[in-house]
Each structure stands twice: as C-alpha cells, then as structure tokens.
Design a protein around this ligand. Sequence first.
Ligand code: PMP
Length: 392
Amino acid sequence: MTARIYMDHHATTPTDPRVVEAMLPYFTERFGNPASALHAHGQEAEEAVEVARGQVAALLGARPEEILFTSGATESNNLALRGAALGQARGLPILTVATEHVSVLDPCRDLAHGGASLSVLPVDAQGTLAAERVAEALAGRPALVSVMLANNEIGTLQPVAEIARACRERGALVHTDAAQAAGRVPVDVDGLGVDLLSVSGHKMHGPKGVGALYVRGLPHRSPLAPVSRGGGQEGGLRPGTLNVPGIVGLGAACDIARREQTAESARVAHLRDRLQAGILARVQGVQVNGHPAHRLPGNLNLTFQGVDGEALMLALPGIALSSGSACLSTTREPSHVLLALGRTPAQARGSLRFGLGRFTTEAEVDQVIGEVARAVERLRALSPVQLPARPR
Ligand code: PMP
C-alpha cells in the first residue's frame, strides 16, 4: 500500500491537535449560547467568544471590536463586498482582479448585474497587479476595490499595502481576501491600510466552517450595511447563533499562528524550495507558475509540458495534490488564474499545485520528487512530446 502524503494545504489544512483540544469542551459541558448570557452557560460561551475575538484581532493587528465571526472566507468576502455596496460604497464602481477567488469574483459580477460598474484588472505573467494599474483604473474617483493578499493557486502575494495607499488617496474602500495569507505570512491591517479583510479557519490549521471579517471603524462606524437579517448578533451585521466551538478553534489557530508563523514559514519555504529544485533537476519541460519570490512559503505550482494535470494526479494516487482550485476541481475548465497569467488552456491543464504545511516533512518532499519524476516520465512515454533541449 502506498503511503498517503498530503500536499494540498491550499485546499484545506489538518486541524492542529491543540486547536481540537481547545474546541472540545464547547461541544459538551460548555455548550451555552452566547446570546443567552443571563445564566452561567451563556456567559461562559460569551467569554470564550470574546477571548477568540481578541486572538483573531491580535494576529491581524486589529482591535477586537473590529472582528466579525462568519462561516468562512466565502461568507466574509460576500459580506464585505455586498455589505459595502449596500453601505458606504453604494453606487461606487467596483475594481477587482482577474486572479481572485470565485467568492470575490462572483459577488462582484452579481453587483455588476445589479447595475454597478465593474472592472476586472489583468495581472502580469507572474500574477502581480501593480499599484499603478489600480491608480490608473481609479482615475481619481472613489471605488470599492478588492485585491487578494495571496493567491490560492499560484501563491503570488499582491502589493496590497501599495495598492491600498493609492486607493486611500482617492477615497476608495479597500477589501483584501487574506484566506491564504493569514497564518502563513505576516498580516497587519494597519500596515496594509485596508478597510476590510477576510480570513478562514481551515486554511490555518483551524476548523472548517468558521472565518472572520475585519471591518475598520467598528463598532462606532460601519462601512457595511447588513446583508442578512435576523437576531442582533455581531452588531446586527452577521446575525445568527454563533458557532462557538468553531470560533474557539479559530481563536486558538490564530494564537498559534501569531506565535509560530515566522519559524514555520521559514521551515515550509525551505521544504518548498527543496521540492522545486528536486523536480526541476529531474524533469525537463517544467515551468514554475507565480512570482518566484513574492509567493506563499508553501506554494509550488508547476506546468508539465505535454502532460495532463489530472492524468498526472491519477498517476500519483498516494499524494494529495490539486490541479487548479479545489473549489473548481469538479469542472474541467482550465484554471482562470493560469489563463490570466497568459498560459494556454493546454498548459493550464498540464499544471499541478503543491501545497506544503505545518506537518510536511523532508522525507515526504523527497518521496514526492521521486514519484512525480517517475510518473511524468511514464506519461510522456505513452504520448511523447517534443521538449526543448535542456540548456547546458
Ligand atoms: N478565498 C481564497 C483565496 C480561498 O483560497 C478560499 C478557499 N479555497 C476561500 C476564499 C473560501 O474560503 P472558505 O472555504 O473558508 O469559504
């Protein structure tokens, strides 16, 4: 039986056992509803939620009152964009980027169907959007701008601080999707200068189904109007009974990330570099997608010339990898991110995403190098491709 190696940390991460331990009591003896805090059960749940709010805020350099809990980054992105379009950014044009996650692109398209003007800005061949491009597109007018911090397929880090500076000078409201960045690279809302920022628990060794939205100015001033209505939880901006165990888990995951991120990112980047160098040394006709330096530490996205990414994945049954975004892996559409870099549909279909994380080992990396090299060789032997001569 082949060993199972997990290299799909952009799709999700294993929950850290320390996080699970922190969550467990909130399913059983501490099951109270924080909105029903006239008794001890509710009070202890409320206290746990407020501790977690402080832990999330500390990771992001925010104030606890500026953190709203949600069901994940999809909801955070929708609430940020739809809520801003109903609130402070009502009637403003919307600017976003071709390589965004669908949970940003689709709400932007919906808002455009509702009459908003929408510009989807292109990126360069490494997936970067230059701040000057945003400044040009704003043309001196305010807007609602959404630019992700780190891409989920190619790992490219956008210059969000510079982009936000250009936006602020023109009175624009700035949102960033930090689902892949938080816990992996430093994220500081003031350093970035953003108004809204989304995070997800399960991308940082926390639980699934929980996330947060940072909203600058809360509780006194809200750029958002409510999108769904119900109870008054989260200042009325995210009504519904809070997922207390999930929120406790998100808080614990943020607390671990705050303390360990620097050392962990260095270790993971070293392993990623070893994986990249190992595959490039053994396999010809491989192209690295994304920015060579401004990239998530655990990300490696490769195009194997003349090889179908899904066939390659099937040839590597023991290794959990992804061809494109996990959310879209049921479609056979080539990745919109790789197409935005200028790859052809065939090249995009020949790409694999490796995602390394907290528990990835050097032995796993070495095994993956060997298995990938052998699988590519086998597939190319079945349908030979003409490879450029290897440079000497
Ligand atoms: N944004 C990005 C960049 C992501 O990678 C993901 C998850 N694939 C999401 C948003 C959605 O996050 P969630 O699964 O928490 O809804």
